[in-house]
Design a protein around this ligand. Structure first.
Ligand code: BGC
Length: 777
């Protein structure tokens, strides 16, 4: 009886337990049940998922922050998405970008280090004109993300280079939307093939750092559509980035982060983007408007924003449908991530392998600007003794600063690179410059508390030590050749000062001193430009026999440069932006900030547009007159044109043709190596449109390609393709991209100013309407 009673009780209890288990059985997120999970979520949970999650006190990780990212999954990552354990939704990790995985190299409680590869800056990648190279860099980066457990890299940076002095141009690709969009697309594909995501940024018109958080960019419809949005359009149409980052600034009176026009009408409806949009790292915009605009994820995120979403929905100011739409997109993103899939992280990337990728790919984007009498390359046996000048030679710059910097284990400087290649460096100079470098570091440390060359707020350059004429003369006596580096560095939060474009008096003295002394002995001078963007070059060209533009080539810098100098590698880059003679020659310079200090409190906390020229409001008065579009149309002189670059060999172009099939044009040209060394050639196809309703730049880049390595005498026929839509210009009156019928000219060119062949072809009339948006208010 007792027994029966007990078993009945047990059975009853089992029924009760399983009933409550059924009632409460939490749904766990899978790839297939997103709608079900969405239904299951409370408003609080939805609001939480729309707002980024920060561990500890600060996402910046500045030395002054007491407890940066305490408890973070990946220390030093810029942000995370929120978790909801009940529904099986894990945190995901978002880290900067773009020159490598930006996380902390050290973690409390362990001696193990977590260094990441410092890849070449974006500008160098674009200067390769090689989509395969961009893909290869993306590939190596994607593998490091997997190793460190980073789900999304906050990059590529791809704003157009409106003016040479934008402080973050080094992160960006080009002044041309096609080059910028295609390089971005291949970089993205390379990363994402590893099952991790990207976040191309900063969408859009974030072309200056000066007052970037509150700057109102006033841009006419045509330049907006044909330039500043076009690169993003091309990128979206040629890759499928998991996310996109909206920028800080206003466009025509509307914050991009609050703009339904930009984030929904243009990006999703017109271009077909189907990932999530996240804000750049601000907490100061109107939450309600951002949710409505389709800014799915608000980063870095704070508790107030979560509450604002909850309150907004309850008060009927935020539509539940908008919240659900954004949450659904975030869930669709989450199920793709390695973290959701339970991936394991080695935390031991193959840094050696990736360093080799950097070392061998950097020369592809290095640009030989001058090479009198084929001075370069030379072997160590030829020019054994080198006088190495310039403070930057002894502290070579691998990349820019700010979020786009990487905690890399080392940067190979020129001393290490050239010594490794078998050169004998002048020991007197090595000693003097070594002492000077230590002095500069110590001085910077006492001023800023940290050494600044690779820290957050950069010194744009190190002043050159004064040397007397006998120092130069004695060096010329002792050595076979001089190599001198001019360096510039910039970073997030401020633009380059205009004066920083020019060669400074101390640099001029150095160049002149070296040149006079070495010339007197019949010896040559090589200049290395270790810069993130254009500088004045006339004095460098005057005093030096060869100029090699290395940009900021990542952690293997000195080795890559030595490889190029010795001919182990060859430079095959071409300029992705025009190098002007003077800054004043660039039309946008009249409407670009100078001297803005980001610490200027006047601009903090502002949310309304103010009219302070070029800071509060920047008028893009130059319209389409950006880069080579201006210089070629105005036939104005430049130092080096867009697309320019010498190599160690020469190429001829022959047999140019163009055929159309439906909407697609295929241009072909045969490129032959006519010199005596191996090399690769970047070929550009510019198109001139027939006269029509709209005034157009004299020619615009419509396709490009790069040969494989060609040995002397070898040829390759390149195929360059574009569509009828690619020929269109934007007609603001019709709110449409219009391709005129008529005779077009296809120019097969080695640079914007070096046209080798021109072939006529017929364009088809076509009109593609866009959703009217972002009109000037
Ligand atoms: C930068 C972004 C960066 C983010 C996170 C922002 O200030 O503009 O490019 O991804 O911070 O570090």
């Amino acid at each position: 009886m007792k027994l029966i009673h007990k078993s009945i009780l047990m059975a009853a209890a089992a029924v009760a337990v399983s009933a409550s288990a059924v009632a409460k059985a939490p749904v766990k997120l899978t790839e297939k049940n997103i709608d079900k999970v969405l239904k299951e979520m409370t408003l609080d949970e939805k609001a939480k998922l729309l707002v980024g999650y920060t561990f500890g006190q600060s996402y910046w990780g500045l030395p002054s922050d007491p407890d940066p990212n305490a408890g973070a999954i990946v220390l030093g990552a810029a942000g995370n998405t929120a978790n909801i354990d009940r529904l099986g939704i894990p945190h995901t990790v978002l880290a900067d970008g773009p020159a490598g995985v930006h996380i902390s190299a050290e973690r409390p409680g362990t001696d193990k280090t977590f260094y990441c590869t410092g890849f070449p800056i974006g500008t160098l990648i674009a200067a390769s004109w090689d989509t395969d190279m961009a893909h290869g860099i993306g590939d190596a980066l994607g593998s490091e993300m997997r190793d460190y457990g980073v789900d999304v890299i906050l990059g590529p940076g791809m704003n157009l280079m409106r003016n040479p002095m934008c402080g973050r141009n080094f992160e960006y690709f080009s002044e041309d939307p096609l080059l910028s969009g295609m390089i971005a697309a291949y970089w993205i594909n390379g990363v994402q093939e590893h099952g991790v995501g990207t976040s191309p940024k900063h969408f859009a018109v974030n072309n200056q750092e000066g007052n970037r958080n509150f700057n109102n960019a006033l841009v006419e419809q045509r330049p907006l559509r044909e330039l500043y949005l076009k690169n993003f359009e091309i990128m979206v149409r040629n890759s499928k980035p998991w996310t996109i980052m909206s920028s800080y600034n206003f466009i025509n009176g509307e914050y991009t982060q609050e703009s339904h026009d930009l984030l929904t009408k243009i990006l999703r409806n017109d271009w077909g983007f189907d990932g999530i949009v996240m804000t750049d790292w601000t907490n100061t915009r109107d939450t309600q408007k951002q949710v409505a605009a389709g800014n799915d994820l608000l980063t870095p995120g704070n508790a107030e924003q979560i509450q604002q979403i909850i309150d907004g929905v309850k008060a009927g100011q935020i539509k539940m449908a908008d919240v659900d739409r954004n949450v659904r997109r975030i869930l669709q993103y989450i199920v793709k991530t390695p973290r959701f899939k339970g991936a394991e992280y080695s935390e031991a990337p193959d840094l050696k392998k990736n360093a080799a990728v950097v070392r061998h790919s950097a020369p592809e984007g290095m640009v030989l600007l001058k090479n009198d009498d084929s001075l370069l390359p030379f072997t160590a046996a030829d020019k054994k003794k080198v006088a190495l000048f310039g403070a930057t030679s002894y502290n070579f710059i691998g990349g820019g600063s700010g979020s786009g910097d990487v905690n890399k284990p080392y940067v190979v400087d020129l001393v290490q690179g050239l010594t490794g290649a078998g050169f004998e460096l002048d020991s007197v100079l090595c000693n003097v410059y070594g002492i000077y470098r230590d002095f500069v570091h110590a001085e910077a440390e006492s001023e800023m508390g940290v050494f600044t060359t690779n820290s957050y707020f950069p010194r744009p350059r190190v002043a050159e030590a004064t040397m007397g004429k006998y120092t130069y003369q004695n060096a010329a006596e002792r050595n076979d050749i001089a190599i001198v580096t001019i360096g510039r560095k910039s970073g997030e939060g401020g633009d380059r000062l205009m004066k920083d474009f020019n060669i400074y008096a101390d640099e001029l003295d150095m160049l002149r001193g070296i040149s006079e002394a070495f010339q007197a002995k019949g010896k040559k001078v090589v200049a290395i430009l270790n810069v993130g963007g254009a500088i004045e070059t006339a004095p460098v060209a005057k005093y030096c026999d060869a100029i090699l533009l290395t940009w900021q080539p990542g952690l293997e810098a000195g080795n890559s440069v030595a490889d190029v100098i010795t001919g182990v590698s060859y430079p095959s880059g071409k300029l992705p932006m025009t190098w002007p003679v003077a800054l004043a020659d660039v039309p946008s310079t009249a409407n670009f900030p100078d001297n803005f200090d980001w610490r200027d409190e006047m601009y903090w906390g502002r949310q309304k547009i103010d009219s302070t020229p070029n800071l509060g409001t920047t008028e893009y008065k130059e319209g389409l007159n950006v880069g080579y579009r201006y210089f070629t149309t105005a036939d104005a002189p430049v130092a080096y044109p867009f697309g320019y670059g010498l190599g160690y060999t020469t190429f001829s172009y022959s047999d140019p043709k163009i055929v159309r099939k439906g909407d697609k044009y295929t241009a072909t040209v045969t490129v032959t190596n006519t010199g005596s060394r191996a090399g690769r050639e970047a070929v550009q196809l510019y198109v001139s449109a027939p006269k029509g309703k709209l005034d157009k730049p004299v020619r615009e880049l419509r396709a490009f390609g790069k040969t494989r390595e060609l040995k002397p005498g070898e040829s390759q026929t390149l195929q360059l393709t574009f569509t009828n839509y690619d020929l269109a210009s934007f007609d603001p009156e019709l709110q449409a991209f219009v391709t005129d019928a008529g005779t077009y000219k296809a120019h097969f060119a080695a640079s914007a100013n070096d046209i080798r062949h021109t072939v006529d072809f017929q364009g088809k009339a076509a009109t593609r309407n866009v959703t009217p948006a972002l009109l000037m208010k």
